[in-house]
Ligand binder design. Structure first.
Ligand SMILES: *Cc1c(COP(=O)(O)O)cnc(C)c1O
Length: 341
């Protein structure tokens, strides 16, 4: 298979239409067979549920080329599980897990020419998503839905080297207590856009959100979970019902315990204690871990000892181990790597 003529190293994190996308429609209470199609455009009712009441959920995962030339995906079963939880919360039908994984395979295989070569640092980003597609004017769930998986090649996250981030403690909340913070819904992002643009205008890379109930505990950023490392090398991550369960974060904690022999802990983390940590990182599929160098709480600067020029030593060890597993250099736990071709 001949690769597309793309300057892989120069790619950013943007959308580029590829040759095929998977589409399946839910109508009269059942999913159709689904198919790979070439048209990147969608025609739906002007009154579609997704357009009026934001009935839409999504996922994100990557396919990449390993050192020995295979194309693989990382833990797509967990994306299927999480999509199921998101769908149930927004009163949408569930797309069966086996079919989800099969559709991921088909999309990657049919777009193999867009999967960046090993060593480029680039990857093929997959975006499964579902939305209410028929007309809804009174507030109620749609009766027809579309499930799709699109893919697009994306560039290396740390182009030109790792730069630790400066983040601020946000005055706005991303979730409500007992709300939808723990599902991957478009609505959680719509309401974060004002705040991220404002953060950038104020010179910050990200917003750290506090627990919406008491605003005293750390939750996550707009699109990534947070891990901290204590001065005695324990890996700690916030526990809360309104955090999105990041697959990267869950994998990193297992790697910390089973591969690095580190103690790990999921517990409530007070805003007041963050000055005591040695390292901090944001985790998600896009970057795996982005190190945080500085947290600003209303003018009070908390500078992490790991500094503003490189990843802290524990963060780096976790990053190297997980990316090593993903790239096939380090043996993976059972089921983590799904070979596509
Ligand atoms: C998708 C997402 C993450 C990261 O999850 P991964 O499964 O690791 O990619 C973290 N926080 C939020 C709010 C998200 O939407």
């Amino acid at each position: 298979m001949e690769k597309k003529d793309i300057n892989w190293g120069e790619l950013g994190f943007g959308y580029m239409p590829t040759d095929y996308r998977f589409v399946s429609n839910w109508k009269n209470g059942a999913w159709d067979d689904g198919a790979l199609i070439t048209d990147p455009n969608i025609v739906i009712s002007e009154c579609a549920g997704v357009l009026q009441y934001a009935q839409t959920v999504f996922e994100g995962l990557k396919a990449y080329t390993t050192e020995d030339g295979r194309i693989v995906c990382f833990r797509p079963d967990l994306n299927a599980d999480r999509l199921e939880a998101s769908c149930k919360r927004l009163q949408m039908p569930v797309f069966p897990k086996e079919r989800f994984i099969e559709a991921v395979r088909e999309v990657v295989k049919s777009n193999a020419a867009f999967v960046p070569p090993f060593g480029s640092g680039a990857t093929l980003y997959l975006r499964p998503y579902m939305f209410g597609s028929d007309a809804v004017i009174g507030v109620k769930p749609a009766t027809e839905y579309q499930f799709r998986i699109l893919c697009t090649p994306v560039g290396p996250y740390f182009k030109g080297g790792v730069k630790p981030l400066t983040v601020r403690i946000s005055d706005l909340d991303r979730a409500a207590p007992r709300g939808t913070g723990n599902i991957k819904a478009g609505l959680n992002y719509a309401m974060s856009l004002y705040n991220i643009v404002d953060a950038h205008n104020c010179g910050f890379d990200e917003n750290i959100y506090l627990d919406p109930g008491t605003r005293t505990k750390i939750e996550e950023t707009g699109g990534a979970n947070i891990i901290f490392v204590t001065k005695d090398n324990k890996v700690v991550t916030p526990k809360s019902d309104s955090i999105l369960p990041s697959i990267t974060r869950r994998s990193l904690l297992q790697v910390a315990a089973d591969y690095c022999g580190l103690e790990v802990e999921e517990r409530e983390i007070e805003l007041a204690e963050i000055g005591e940590f040695a390292e901090c990182g944001l985790c998600g599929t896009a970057a795996v871990i982005s190190p945080v160098g500085k947290i600003v709480d209303h003018g009070k600067e908390i500078c992490l000892p790991a500094g503003m020029t490189e990843m802290g030593p524990v963060t780096k060890k976790l990053y190297d181990t997980l990316t090593g597993i993903q790239m096939g250099r380090i043996p993976a736990p059972e089921g983590w790597i799904v070979e596509i071709m």
